[in-house]
Design a protein around this ligand. Structure first.
Ligand code: PMV
Length: 382
């Protein structure tokens, strides 16, 4: 038996992917760009083992066995890897055991980390080490997984066929080391519209989506890449927030309309704008995926003050477990002027509106974990 264990990161888009031109190959209608989050705080971990003595392929996800054959994308992904592998002709069977260190209920893009992890582990084991090829394979599992193959800021070039729809690193995670990410996990029980059917409906019914894909995103990709390279946070934040808003506008323009952000999401938007307006420049950027949780990008200089503000406006009955990830910054004084300004903009105190807060940062791509395994010597979960 040969085995390998890998950790792979979550990524949060600042230019959103929404809509496919090819459903089967997962070719998007527009380029997108994301920050990869540090695996110190959030990760998917996967052990893959191959052996001729295994009977059939088996997979366990977060403790439960899952039916590989029932998952078409997974089957496709495995077939592609086998076809490209140096072991293609062998009789090897595969055992996969995967878990996330964050609850799937957090509404984070767990499939992106999961597929990136699986592909990176299988690729490493099967001798596919070209990242471009790995990114294409990850895309076959879940579109946004393509961007979790690299660290730092990463773009997904839409392309128009399978071998030119690829991810590329824009800058690595050391380029802008002050960049922090705070995720506000909103207490929410509603079942969201899945991204696959949601984007299908948007492509079919939203007249605005072609304007977004053909005109708005190409310019934004140029502008945000320049902002990142210049480490211009004000500009980066402006584009990030406007792109999130446009993505949710496309959702509302879809027929029937899709609503991912809820009232608490909008209260977070209000707080961010109030804070930025007080300073007359953007110090915090929000972005929302296909759910109500807010992902905030900010520089470490703004972290203590904005964190304190979040604590004041989103109070909780929870104790220390309210903030996860990196240690929260020390509480700082909020000036009377800022408090008055934020109050005058209608910001209220919301009690228990957030499930928890994750304090993290931009980090590196997938990595091989030495000396750890989720499978025992016979290829069963430990
Ligand atoms: O990869 P999917 O099918 O889970 O789609 C992800 C879509 C968004 O998270 C909303 C945007 C993005 O670019 O990640």
């Amino acid at each position: 038996m040969r085995s390998i264990t890998v950790k792979a990161p979550v990524n949060i888009a600042v230019i959103k992917y929404w809509g496919k031109s090819d459903e089967k190959l997962i070719i998007p209608i527009n380029d997108s760009l994301s920050g990869t989050l540090s695996t110190d705080d959030l990760y998917a971990m996967t052990t893959v083992a191959v052996s001729e003595s295994f009977k059939g392929d088996r997979m366990w996800l977060n403790g439960d066995e899952t039916d590989i054959v029932a998952n078409k994308r997974l089957v496709n992904c495995l077939e592609q890897i086998r076809a490209r592998s140096r072991l293609a002709d062998s009789k090897y069977h595969i055992r996969i055991c995967s878990r996330n260190n964050f609850p799937t209920a957090a509404g984070l893009a767990s499939s992106a980390a999961g597929y990136a992890c699986l592909v990176y582990a299988l690729g490493t084991l099967f001798g596919i080490d070209d990242r471009r090829e790995l990114s294409i394979l990850a895309r076959m599992g879940s579109g946004s997984a393509i961007r979790s193959i690299y660290g730092g800021f990463v773009q997904w070039i839409a392309g128009d066929k399978s071998d030119n729809s690829i991810a590329e690193q824009v800058v690595d995670h050391k380029y802008w080391p002050e960049m922090r990410v705070v995720i506000l996990v909103v207490n929410d029980k509603e079942k969201e519209t899945g991204s696959t059917s949601g984007m299908q409906n948007s492509v079919q019914t939203s007249p605005l989506i072609s304007l977004r894909a053909n005109t708005v995103v190409p310019q934004r990709m140029k502008d945000i890449t320049e902002a990142i390279k210049k480490r211009d946070f004000h500009q980066f934040a402006m584009i990030t927030m406007r792109d999130s808003n446009q993505f949710h506008a496309i959702c509302q323009d879809t027929w029937p309309p899709i609503r991912y952000m809820n009232d608490i999401s909008w209260e977070i938007v209000r707080l961010v704008h109030s804070f930025n307006d007080f300073y007359a420049r953007n110090r915090v950027a929000y972005t929302f995926d296909a759910g109500p949780n807010a992902c905030l990008y900010l520089l470490d200089e703004a972290l203590p003050e904005f964190f304190t503000l979040i604590g004041q406006h989103f109070t909780t009955d929870q104790g220390a477990e309210y903030v996860r990830g990196q240690l929260p910054p020390a509480k700082t004084n909020i000036s009377a002027d800022l408090t008055a300004y934020v109050g005058s903009r209608g910001n209220k105190v919301h009690h228990n509106a957030l499930k928890y807060v994750i304090n993290t940062k931009v980090g590196d791509g997938p990595l091989v974990v030495e000396g750890e395994s989720l499978l025992n010597d016979t290829g069963l979960p430990k």
